[in-house]
Write a protein that binds this ligand. Structure first.
Ligand code: SF4
Length: 878
């Protein structure tokens, strides 16, 4: 395998296993601890396979073409006619004729493909060598076009202004707020600008690898690794992202929230289409519709070629878009067919409508899902939706006002759908025990608690089962109603000073009403939220209908594995409706079915059973198709010391169940262990508790008993903050303190961080080197099995899945959730080859085989079970 340096043995093993899995068309679960160069192994292993695969294909094509040119009957019937019907009943001469014809057709097709590929390669090659020249010429042309366009626009504006006042009392901006006539309920194809493209888009999809990861920064990091790898120069890579990441139209970008940006962009494209249609039909235009200047096909094609000749990450793509005046969001999509490696966020790959909209075709392709330890949760999350009572009431009020204002201008179909949406909102609020016409913040809910309902029961009980949700959802999507409503609220819900005209003054009442409602629905936000959060909150609540559309769409996607959770709390405003997906596998089934191979990779994939049973088997993957690979760490064995401790210094057995963990002797014993450890361990010690509440309780107890001050004499104590925006500051202080202590020497030897499993610090933060010389896990962080959501999931699993090794599937789920959280937390102490740390699991139950086997292999292999504290302490001292 080409590699930038001599790979470690485990990297070689990883690449070999990956190559084998791709070649054999498997579904692989790959685990490689952080710090072992997983990304590079993925890149070099997968791209080596792709290179060989393309080479084999080329040779095969050449062979077939040679045979075709020689007029030989060298093609087997399968090669000539894959999947052809049984021909046993046809006379021989017919079969021979058909076969001959198909052979010829195939050879012609191969020739065509070859010519097209050659043309494309030549074009890209030219661009590669001529980038600068082309840039200058292009930019000049763009500037000229832009000048012409502006001139035209200003002429239009002048001529319109002259004759328009009599035409309409509403000004241009407001005209755009009115829903266009909704023409048909049948799937009338709304042609977007995207579909105007020429046959370049029809080009053949080459075999490619789709690589997806969780966050934007992980994707950028991956692209940078590709750039540095031996494949960096000649791989056609395209990075996809959301409009929020890629839009270069400043006016649209400024809207901030993703949904607003999406809707505005779509609206402008619709405008573009309607505008060009009107122009074609020779209609006299009455208003100037806004279109996006970056959505120019020619410029986007240019951007596409630039993307294909040089690997670019999202930031580079955005600058390229600005420079070339082409939309990077669409330009990058144009590059998909010809790309070999497509880098994209989870949402785009795992959500089918988003995938289809982006033009991603998975048939016979390879998918690699990285950082996949939370894949099941992610799929569940992507397909779930929640709306609060205040959002429902706010949307109802905004929409009623909108309807009143434009009643005379709205066509019958629009009115019908708006009324249906209003009815749905009324009924949904009634399900929460409220009334849309009263302030949601003041309506107390009589029966509080959480209730789960099947979709059918929910629709039936809310008396909405007579409404065709599919049609309503399609209407929302096509009419862009939430965008219009947002514009309306923006216009009349803004500060009173914006009122200028006489007519608007009459609207002041409405405006004030909308402002009050917005403020009412904001109340739920925390009082101390930062200006940035407040702005975000405002954008989110500015268009509650957008959120509700998400909920409706979840209801229409539902199958019997979906539930609606009615969460009635305090007031109607605080209550909510949530769509919960019980079986995420249904949405993964298509991916594994269509793809040639799927690789699910991560630093900590244990317990693997979770992926095997809950995701892959439920998605219909045959167990023979699944391969597992787990590699060790690059650190020498002596650099990690994992210990399961069964009892403390005063021989108190360590078992932190819900019944025993609150006992004073358990909290005292935990404190004694920490005191002993802090005496001998240098630098940072990170101690994980199963929940915030328990951490608070233990902290309070130690404060009372004086243990906290004993600890504080050795290590400065930090607590995990509950707010995400304070995490950074705590971590900086923690790191500074450790550095100071190690430089100054003295009695204080470092810092102790009291953290929470699944809390703000349990993901994405590394405790490398001195930041974490010891990681302690207090008890076993089982999830709260009294939560109605988990209970429903457990019941569903027991009903649908077989028992595994004598254990009920619900039991396995709870254990897996617990161990997954443990593994995520402890895996972060070792981050590179020279790092070293000890890991202490405080609970004798970790030694049970079923639990023990769920530890990551590289930790498990080195774990010692210590029944007494003395021998464990001696090891740690060493
Ligand atoms: S076409 Fe591109 S640049 Fe224009 S608004 Fe849409 S995403 Fe933004």
């Amino acid at each position: 395998f080409p590699f930038p340096y001599t790979p470690y043995r485990i990297q070689e093993q990883f690449m070999e296993a990956l190559y084998g899995a791709l070649e054999a068309g498997r579904v692989g679960i790959f685990e490689s601890p952080t710090g072992t160069g997983k990304s590079l192994s993925l890149i070099c292993g997968a791209l080596s396979w792709l290179r060989d695969w393309e080479e084999k294909r080329r040779q095969e094509e050449a062979r077939l073409l040679a045979l075709g040119a020689g007029g030989q009957d060298g093609l087997t019937p399968q090669q000539a006619r894959p999947g052809s019907a049984d021909t046993a009943e046809q006379p021989d001469w017919v079969t021979a004729f058909v076969q001959k014809k198909e052979e010829r057709d195939m050879v012609d097709r191969l020739k065509e493909e070859q010519i097209r590929r050659k043309k494309q390669e030549d074009r890209l090659e030219k661009i590669r060598h001529n980038v600068h020249l082309k840039y200058t010429a292009k930019r000049k042309r763009c500037e000229e076009d832009e000048a012409k366009r502006l001139l035209q626009l200003s002429k239009e504006a002048l001529s319109q202004r002259a004759g328009e006042s009599a035409l309409d009392q509403l000004d241009h901006n407001e005209e755009e707020l009115i829903l266009a006539e909704y023409e048909s309920d049948d799937e009338k194809k709304v042609v977007s600008g995207l579909e105007e493209d020429d046959d370049d888009l029809e080009e053949e999809h080459v075999t490619k690898i789709y690589y997806c990861s969780r966050t934007h920064s992980q994707l950028s990091q991956f692209v940078r690794e590709v750039q540095k790898s031996p494949f960096g120069k000649d791989t056609r890579l395209v990075t996809l992202g959301s409009r929020q990441n890629l839009c270069v139209n400043e006016e649209v970008r400024r809207l901030g929230a993703l949904q607003l940006i999406n809707d505005r962009c779509m609206e402008m494209q619709k405008n573009k289409y309607e505008k060009s249609n009107e122009e074609n039909e020779g209609k006299k235009r009455r208003l100037s519709r806004t279109v996006c200047p970056f959505y120019s096909y020619e410029q986007m094609q240019f951007l596409r070629d630039e993307v294909l000749v040089e690997v670019q990450d999202i930031e580079q793509l955005v600058s390229l878009g600005r420079e070339t005046k082409a939309c990077p969001y669409y330009g990058s999509r144009f590059a998909i067919p010809a790309a070999q490696l497509v880098v994209l966020p989870y949402q785009m790959l795992l959500h089918e409508p988003t995938r289809n909209a982006a033009g991603i075709k998975l048939k016979d392709q390879v998918v690699i899902i990285d950082e996949a330890h939370n894949l099941i949760d992610t799929i569940t999350c992507i397909h779930s939706a929640e709306v609060s009572g205040s959002q429902l009431c706010c949307a109802h009020s905004q929409l009623s006002q909108y309807m009143e204002r434009y009643r005379k201008r709205l066509k019958a179909k629009n009115m019908m759908y708006i009324k249906q949406i209003l009815y749905l909102l009324e009924q949904f609020v009634a399900m929460l025990g409220g009334n849309v016409n009263q302030n949601p913040g003041c309506q107390a809910v009589s029966q509080t608690g959480t209730v789960l309902k099947s979709i059918n029961d929910f629709l039936f009980q809310s008396q909405t089962d007579n409404i065709n949700l599919f049609k309503v959802q399609r209407y929302c999507e096509k009419s862009l109603i939430s965008r219009k409503l947002f514009g309306f609220v923006e216009r009349y819900g803004g500060p009173v000073s914006a009122v200028k005209t006489k007519e608007n003054q009459e609207l002041a009442g409405l405006q004030n009403f909308l402002v009050t409602l917005q403020q009412g629905s904001d109340k739920k936000g925390t009082p101390q939220s930062t200006p940035l959060e407040a702005e975000h909150d405002q954008l989110r609540t500015a268009s509650p209908l957008m959120q509700i559309e998400g909920f409706l769409s979840a209801l229409t996607n539902a199958n019997q594995d979906g539930r609606v959770i009615l969460n009635r709390q305090g007031t109607v405003g605080q209550s909510s409706l949530k769509f919960l997906l019980l079986n995420p596998a249904v949405h993964f089934a298509k991916v594994v079915e269509e793809c040639r191979a799927v690789i699910i990779a991560g630093g900590t994939m244990q317990p693997v059973a979770d992926f095997r049973e809950e995701l892959l088997c439920c998605a219909g993957v045959d167990s023979a198709r699944i391969v597992e690979f787990s590699c060790g760490h690059v650190i020498p064995p002596e650099n990690i010391l994992p210990i399961i401790l069964c009892s403390g210094p005063s021989n108190q057995q360590l078992e932190f169940t819900y019944q025993t963990r609150d006992l004073p002797q358990m909290m005292d014993e935990t404190g004694r262990i920490l005191c002993n450890l802090c005496n001998v361990i240098p630098g940072g010690v990170v101690c994980f508790f199963p929940s915030y509440e328990y951490e608070k309780q233990v902290y309070g107890h130690w404060e009372k008993t004086g243990l906290l001050s004993r600890l504080a004499a050795k290590k400065k104590i930090f607590q995990e903050p509950k707010k995400a925006n304070q995490v950074e500051q705590v971590l900086v202080e923690y790191a500074k303190c450790i550095k100071r202590c190690s430089q100054a020497g003295g009695q204080m030897t470092g810092a102790l961080l009291l953290s929470v499993v699944g809390g703000k610090m349990s993901e994405g933060i590394n405790f490398s080197d001195d930041l974490g010389r010891c990681v302690i896990m207090v008890g076993m962080p089982y999830p709260n099995i009294r939560s109605p959501e988990l209970q429903e999931k457990m019941t569903w699993l027991d009903k649908t899945m077989p028992r595994a090794a004598g254990q009920a599937p619900s039991r396995v789920l709870v254990e897996n959730l617990c161990m997954k959280a443990v593994n995520q937390s402890i895996g972060r102490a070792i981050r590179h080859q020279k790092d070293f740390a000890s890991v202490l699991l405080l609970d004798h139950r970790y030694a049970r085989p079923a639990i023990f086997n769920k530890l990551p292999q590289w930790i498990r292999e080195r774990t010692q079970v210590k029944p007494a504290f003395g021998s464990a302490f001696a090891e740690l001292r060493k």
